[in-house]
Design a protein around this ligand. Structure first.
Ligand code: GLC
Length: 506
């Protein structure tokens, strides 16, 4: 009899997963990384909440979710909360959708303020992740969780009175997609969670008298990753650490940066059905049609001006202040700028006002409009990402694929992915350092100068379209991390729960 090799089993736990739910880049990552890991031969599953409309969306896509468990009763506070577990296969990956109508009821996914009530969905998700193995018989070797909203998985896996340090449990990996969000809430919530007393200490969830989910997750996890090598270094500094720089430095041996990728099938200008004309690095002529289509959406003529675009959330992080500051000069330089996105009201209002003033320069669409975003990626010449900080950034990678040359600030994943073509003849972008409108403008002017030189621009464009930022390499790095954690686990099995104070599950 041949013995089958045990494939490493990985459960990803994420508050969002595209295309079923998405607020930002995290949804894209959990919608594409598991598929890439599975291609490497790992046995991967995903657990994510069924936010309003997610089950219907899955059905509409022909994914027909199957009910796996009617009664998933999990102890939050003094009573059990019941949920249902659905499963479907999304891009070849077994995906669990956790349904609980009262908890997963906010279409916005993340609450605007966190309190004992609004944090319950995320505690429930964490308990479900740990219960899943018992209920389905599929026991993951690795629990890979994303951001503060899933960080209670490692916390519970370490300090929960029932689940904490059980033998045979999986190793935990926490990926930080954005350190600015930590899940901080009043300390009382902890009474609902049935944790051992050591959970609420300096070496645990405690943070200035409150509970900090991300901090607890960082301490409880076996490994912490973030989404680019530069951001992994930046978060250990005062400027980028959001108050956790000291803690992250103290555990730096278990922190690493692994660059995100994009799904090259999903973002492919040679066959993207939503753009008017497809094109690729061997024949870029279709890009001009896309540019005309984009211009006509804003009732602009095709008069040879370069088209710049910004697609993203309208928050300080994304450098909207720099865009607004640069607008009067951009107007003088006779360029077009398309801005697509939603976000903070203050930025939306300021952009609306700017669009009234600079109507010939600024084309504004305040919406999450994927079709128009794709047209902007395909039909623009230059893509702007002047971020204050950027853990990885996916838009610049998409822009590269569509031959739209990125102008980026050298921070986080932007510094790791974009090479300045004035500094390196193999480069395919324009990079600036200082967080100021004038530094952004200087880089934009360099890009426009290159754009006016047809032959040079064509070379830059072709190089940009040939860059490979698919998941392949990063998925292998994750695989190496998983394997090493699995080996360590085998060498150091967990504690026997009988050694702990006894706790009966309610
Ligand atoms: C967050 C970060 C972004 C990153 C994405 C996916 O949205 O702000 O930089 O690309 O997560 O990891």
């Amino acid at each position: 009899m041949t013995r089958q090799k045990h494939l490493t089993k990985v459960l990803h736990v994420s508050p969002e997963m595209a295309p079923l739910s998405k607020v930002g880049g995290l949804g894209d990552v959990t919608g594409s990384l598991p598929k890439a890991l599975q291609r490497l031969g790992l046995n991967v599953r995903v657990l994510t909440p069924a936010w309003p409309g997610a089950l219907e969306k899955a059905s509409r896509k022909g994914l027909t979710p199957r009910l796996e468990h009617h009664h998933l009763a999990l102890a939050l506070g003094s009573r059990a909360t019941e949920g249902r577990l659905w499963s479907t296969v999304l891009s070849g990956v077994h995906t669990y959708l956790l349904e609980q109508e009262e908890l997963f009821c906010d279409p916005a996914i993340y609450p605007s303020s966190l309190d004992a009530e609004t944090i319950r969905p995320f505690a429930f998700l964490a308990l479900a992740a740990l219960e899943l193995a018992a209920k389905t018989g599929w026991e993951p070797d690795i629990l890979h969780v994303h951001d503060w909203a899933a960080a209670l998985v490692p916390v519970f896996s370490r300090w929960h009175r029932y689940w904490g340090d059980r033998p045979g449990k999986g190793a935990t990996v926490l990926t930080i997609h954005n350190l600015a969000h930590q899940g901080i809430v009043e300390a009382e919530v902890i009474e609902q969670w049935h944790l051992k007393p050591e959970a609420f200490q300096l070496e645990g969830l405690e943070y200035y008298g409150k509970v900090n989910c991300l901090k607890g997750g960082i301490l409880a996890s076996d490994a912490v990753t973030t989404v680019s090598p530069t951001y992994a270094r930046e978060i250990m500094t005062h400027e980028f650490g959001s108050g956790l720089e000291g803690l992250l430095s103290s555990v730096k041996d278990k922190v690493s940066g692994i660059l995100n990728g994009i799904d090259p099938d999903d973002w492919n200008p040679t066959k993207d059905p939503s753009i008017p004309c497809t094109f690729g690095p061997d024949d870029t002529s279709g890009k001009a049609d896309c540019k005309r289509a984009l211009l006509s959406r804003f009732e602009w003529p095709d008069d040879g001006r370069p088209v710049l675009s910004f697609v993203g959330r309208l928050f300080h992080q994304k450098g909207i202040d720099l865009l607004l500051g640069a607008l009067p000069d951009l107007a003088r330089h006779r360029v077009r700028l398309v801005v697509i996105g939603t976000g903070e009201k203050e930025y939306e209002d300021r952009l609306k006002e700017a669009a009234r003033r600079f109507g010939k320069t600024l084309g504004l669409r305040l919406a999450y409009d994927e079709a128009l975003a794709r047209l902007a990626y395909a039909g623009s010449d230059i893509f702007l990402m002047p971020s204050a900080f950027e853990p990885c950034g996916l838009s610049q990678l998409i822009a590269l694929r569509y031959g739209t040359i990125p102008v980026v600030r050298a921070t986080g994943g932007l510094a790791d992915t974009i090479v300045d073509t004035d500094e390196n003849s193999e480069g395919y972008g324009f990079v600036f350092k200082e967080f100021s409108a004038s530094a952004l403008l200087e880089a934009v002017y360099r890009a426009i100068k290159a754009y006016r030189n047809t032959k040079r621009w064509r070379n830059i464009l072709e190089r940009s379209m040939r860059q490979d930022f698919s998941w392949t390499r990063s998925a292998q790095t994750y695989q190496t991390l998983y394997e090493s954690l699995r080996r360590n686990k085998r060498a150091r099995p967990g504690k026997n729960p009988a050694e702990d104070e006894r706790w009966d599950r309610p």
